[in-house]
Design a binder for this molecule. Structure first.
Ligand code: 3HC
Length: 313
C-alpha cells in the first residue's frame, strides 16, 4: 500500500470529521492559521468590551446596567477562553498580549466604531452579537478540538447578548419619537460595519478556501453574510426600523435577500488602523495593561510564596 504522507493522513482525519487535538500531528500552516484566527478572535472579545463598557455607568436603569455588566464580563471570559485555546497551539499568552498592545495584531473592525447613544448598545447586541453568533455557531464544529469546544460555551452566552440588545431596541421602538429616532440612527450607523464582520468577499479572501478544506470554516464569508441579512430583515420589521440599504429586496429566484454594495475601502481602512476609534481602543488596552501590572506582580509573588511554603512543609 502506498505510504500515505502525513498531510494525507491528516486531511483524511479532517474529512472523517475526527477532531484534531493539541498533541496530534498537524501541518505548520494549519497551526499557523489557527493561531492567527483564534488570537484575533480573542483580541476581538477583549477590545469588544471597550465600546460597551463606556455605557455601564450611563445605563438608563439598574436592570439595563446589570445586563450590560454581565455581558461585558462574559466577553472578558470569552477572550480568556480563546487565549487558552490558542496557547494549546504552542504560543504563549504574553506574546499574544504583546501582539495586541503593539498594534501588530488584528481584531474585529467593528469595535473601532464609537458608541454614541444608548441605542448603540442595543444595536451592538442585536447586530454585532447577532453576526458573531452567525459566525460562531459553525465554529462549534471546527476541526480543531479546543476551539470547537470553547465555542460551545461562548455561543450559549452570545444568545443572551443578542436578546438583551434586541430587547433594548424593541423598548426604544415603542418609546417616544426621540427614542425611535435614536434607534434608527444607531441602526443606520451599525448596519454596514456589522456586515463587514464576516470578512472580505470570498473572491478577495486569501484564507477562506484553505480554511474550508481544513474545516476550520464550515461556511464561507459570503454564505454567512447572506444568512445574517436574511435573518435581520424580518427582525428589523419587528423593530419597525429601516435597514439603511435601498437595494435590499427579496430575490425569489435565489431564495435570499439581495443587498447593496459594501464599502470595502472603508473596511480595509479600518482594518489598517484608520477607523474612528482604533487609536483610542489601543490606548485604552495599553492603559489597562499598565494599570494592572501591580495585580500581576502581586499574584506572582503570592504564588512564589505559596510554592516556597509547600517546599518547606
Ligand atoms: N476585522 C478585522 N480584520 C478582518 C475582518 C474584520 N471584520 N475580517 C477579515 N479580516 C482580516 C483577516 O484576519 C485576514 O487578515 P490576516 O490574514 O492578516 O489574518 C484578512 O482580513 C482577510 O480575511 P479572510 O476572510 O481571508 O480571513 P479569515 O479566513 O480569517 O476570515 C473571519 C475572517 C471571518 C473574521 C475569521 O477570522 C473568523 O471567523 N474569526 C473568528 C470569529 C471572529 O473573530 N469574530 C470577530 C468578532 S468576535 C465578536 O464579535 C465577539 C462578540 O462577543 C461581540
Amino acid at each position: 500500500m502506498a505510504e500515505h504522507t502525513l498531510e494525507e493522513r491528516f486531511q483524511a482525519k479532517i474529512d472523517a470529521e475526527i477532531k484534531i487535538e493539541p498533541k496530534d500531528w498537524m501541518p505548520d500552516a494549519y497551526r499557523k492559521t489557527l493561531i492567527r484566527q483564534i488570537s484575533q478572535h480573542a483580541h476581538s472579545e477583549i477590545v469588544g468590551m471597550l465600546p460597551e463598557g463606556n455605557w455601564v455607568t450611563r445605563a438608563p436603569s439598574l436592570r439595563r446596567k446589570v445586563a450590560l455588566l454581565a455581558k461585558v464580563q462574559d466577553e472578558a471570559g470569552h477572550g480568556l477562553y480563546l487565549y487558552s485555546a490558542c496557547e494549546t497551539l504552542g504560543i504563549d499568552r504574553d506574546t499574544l498580549y504583546e501582539q495586541l498592545h503593539s498594534g501588530k495584531a488584528k481584531y474585529s473592525s467593528i469595535f473601532n466604531y464609537p458608541t454614541l447613544t444608548w441605542a448603540d448598545i442595543g444595536a451592538i447586541g442585536w447586530l454585532v452579537d447577532g453576526a458573531a453568533i452567525m459566525n460562531q455557531v459553525p465554529l462549534c464544529r471546527c476541526s480543531y478540538g479546543p476551539y470547537a469546544r470553547a465555542m460551545v460555551r461562548v455561543c450559549k452566552e452570545e444568545s443572551f447578548h443578542q436578546r438583551q440588545g434586541f430587547e433594548i431596541l424593541l423598548t426604544l421602538s415603542k418609546g417616544t419619537e426621540g427614542q425611535q429616532r435614536m434607534l434608527q440612527n444607531a441602526v443606520d450607523r451599525w448596519w454596514w460595519p456589522s456586515m463587514m464582520m464576516f470578512g472580505p468577499p470570498d473572491a478577495d479572501s486569501p484564507n477562506t478556501q484553505q480554511s474550508m478544506k481544513w474545516k476550520i470554516k464550515r461556511f464561507t464569508n459570503d454564505e454567512l453574510r447572506q444568512k445574517f441579512v436574511d435573518v435581520c430583515v424580518d427582525q428589523a420589521k419587528v423593530l419597525n426600523v429601516t435597514l439603511p440599504d435601498p437595494d435590499l429586496k427579496w430575490n425569489e429566484e435565489r431564495g435570499h435577500y439581495d443587498f447593496g454594495e459594501i464599502d470595502w475601502e472603508e473596511f480595509w481602512n479600518v482594518v489598517k488602523g484608520n477607523g474612528p476609534c482604533n487609536k483610542e481602543r489601543l490606548e485604552a488596552r495599553n492603559k489597562a495593561w499598565d494599570d494592572g501590572a501591580w495585580v500581576r506582580e502581586a499574584a506572582v509573588v503570592h504564588a512564589e510564596k505559596r510554592r516556597a511554603k509547600k517546599k518547606i512543609a
